[in-house]
Design a protein around this ligand. Structure first.
Ligand code: PA5
Length: 425
């Protein structure tokens, strides 16, 4: 499970000063009486997910893996970040997978889209178009373009066999289109918001196509579900995290920097940024979520973190056991002066850099929360996902916002539609 260490959090008061508030927020969440309580489907999902659909997801993944070199997963925001996070965390970064899952529809870049279209030349591919609302412009534009390419290659009938739509069970343009065309569909449940949807078909189908074990992912989330709601405050990493970050916020911190020391976790941070930013940033409130990858960014942002204006704290996501390790060997000439590390491993150096950086930043008055995950595998990622989801729900209630809506996301869309002269805008 996720463990928390607050020794370096520089808290002026013990986190227990927020114990009652956290427990109240927990009660509100569990009794489903808080704001946004019609979007709490994520909470019991690891136990109550649709088993029939889960089996269909596995079947669809098997089919795609048998007839495609590439799956194009089309979606934006909560409709792609979770799958991208899990797939990147679990994949070998330099080995071409049996079936590649590539993402489109999360931007409006014609250059990127054309390059991906070109990449598909000569390859067999399928499409998973993912949009809860079914009306989001970016994935809709991309779907139109990639569907054309698919139909060109396989014909309209052949393409139907290769298009999988994940959307609302009855509403939206994508649902209508899928019903008319006869595409296989998967459901984003009404009561699960986009950024909480990685453990629905939204995330599970691309993750299964990438060859990862979605049973284990769900089992990890189930571990979280069985732990965080009931564990006493003193032993509850989610409660302690919520209390610590809210104490920082009340003491004037404006930003939370999520730190990792594993390049594979870069997109876990991207997923976390949406989860926390969209859940808390409203009504003029909220910690601004940012992320860095160390030690890389110590050589770019390290100076700012060490010596800049102290408006932030860091949360370090530490992985206890690397997937692979490398022993440092002796060199006869020792011209690089590294022989003092002989017999040590590269991960030992990485972990030492982590300790040294925490020490340095703390001496520069940057508070550090440390979260420990055992290793990067399906089970532990499932646990991490549930940990972050549970914590942000409580944290939103403590900050005093509805953690489950995102009214601010609509603003740019209205302007864009007006400028594009969409009828009615
Ligand atoms: O969290 C959210 O709800 C949003 O970020 C959505 O995930 C994003 O806007 C995509 O929406 P949709 O799945 O409806 O296309």
């Amino acid at each position: 499970m996720i463990r928390i260490n607050l020794e370096n959090a520089l808290l002026k008061e013990d986190v227990s000063v927020l114990k009652e508030e956290v427990l109240d927020a927990n009660k509100t969440l569990l009794s489903k009486t808080g704001e946004g309580n019609d979007f709490l489907g994520w909470q019991e999902l690891p136990r109550d997910y649709d088993k029939e659909e889960f089996a269909r997801i596995k079947e669809a993944a098997k089919k795609i893996r048998s007839n495609s070199d590439v799956l194009i997963a089309i979606g934006i925001g909560g409709s792609y970040l979770g799958a991208k996070a899990v797939i990147d965390a679990l994949s070998n970064s330099y080995e071409k997978p049996e079936v590649e899952v590539l993402f489109a529809g999360h931007h409006l870049s014609s250059t990127d889209t054309q390059e991906l279209l070109d990449y598909l030349d000569g390859k067999d591919f399928s499409i998973n178009v993912i949009s809860k609302s079914g009306t989001t412009t970016e994935p809709a534009v991309a779907f139109r373009i990639f569907k054309d390419k698919l139909e060109e290659k396989y014909g309209v009938e052949g393409a139907k066999e290769r298009i999988f739509a994940t959307t609302d069970k009855e509403r939206g343009a994508l649902k209508t289109l899928s019903t008319n065309m006869g595409y296989e569909t998967f459901v984003v449940p009404d009561n699960v918001g986009g950024r909480f949807s990685v453990l629905t078909a939204v995330g599970l189908l691309p993750i299964a196509v990438a060859g990862f074990d979605i049973d284990e992912l769900m089992a990890g989330a189930r571990d979280g579900m069985d732990t965080y709601p009931e564990t006493p405050f003193e032993d509850n990493a989610a409660f302690q995290y919520v209390a610590a970050r809210n104490l920082m916020y009340r003491n004037g911190k404006k930003m939370e920097i999520l730190v990792n020391y594993e390049p594979k976790l870069k997109n876990v941070s991207e997923w976390w940024k949406q989860l926390y930013g969209e859940s808390e940033g409203k009504d003029g409130k909220g910690l601004f979520p940012v992320s860095v990858g160390f030690t890389t960014d110590l050589h770019s942002l390290g100076q700012m973190i060490q010596d800049g204006e102290k408006i932030f704290f860091e949360t370090v996501l530490r992985v206890n056991e690397p997937k692979k390790d490398i022993e440092l060997k002796s060199d006869d000439l020792d011209l690089d002066g590294l022989n003092y590390l002989v017999g040590k491993t590269m991960d030992y150096v990485n972990q030492t850099a982590l300790k040294a950086t925490v020490e340095a930043h703390v001496s520069g008055q940057v508070p550090n929360i440390i979260l420990d995950m055992e290793k990067i595998d399906e089970r532990n990622l499932g646990r991490l996902i549930y940990f972050y989801e549970y914590a942000v729900a409580l944290s939103g209630y403590i900050i005093g916002v509805n953690p489950f809506n995102q009214p601010g996301v609509e603003e740019y869309k209205k302007n864009m539609f007006r400028l594009l002269e969409k009828p009615g805008y």
